[in-house]
Design a binder for this molecule. Structure first.
Ligand SMILES: [Mg+2]
Length: 77
């Protein structure tokens, strides 16, 4: 899989998040909790040797990271 294909998957997940949740403007601690939850899910998938689930969780971690960065910039004063 190419970098572009991976980045396209992350951008697609970001679009799905926006459709599901709308614009999210959490404080950094809430964002880190959301990110931590996704990291926990990636750990679980890794421990269970579920490669495709692990990849999905890594895409979600990446997508949440992008959403968090968007939120931080949007809410800077
Ligand atoms: Mg997840």
């Amino acid at each position: 899989m190419t970098k572009k294909e991976i980045l396209d998957l992350i951008l697609n997940e970001r679009s799905n998040q926006d459709k599901k949740w709308g614009e999210q403007n959490h404080n950094v601690y809430k964002w880190l909790a959301i990110l931590g939850e996704e990291v926990g899910e990636a750990n679980k998938a890794a421990l269970e040797s579920k490669d495709s689930e692990l990849i999905n969780e890594l895409i979600q971690i990446s997508s949440v990271s992008v959403a968090m960065i968007e939120s931080i910039y949007r809410n800077r004063k």
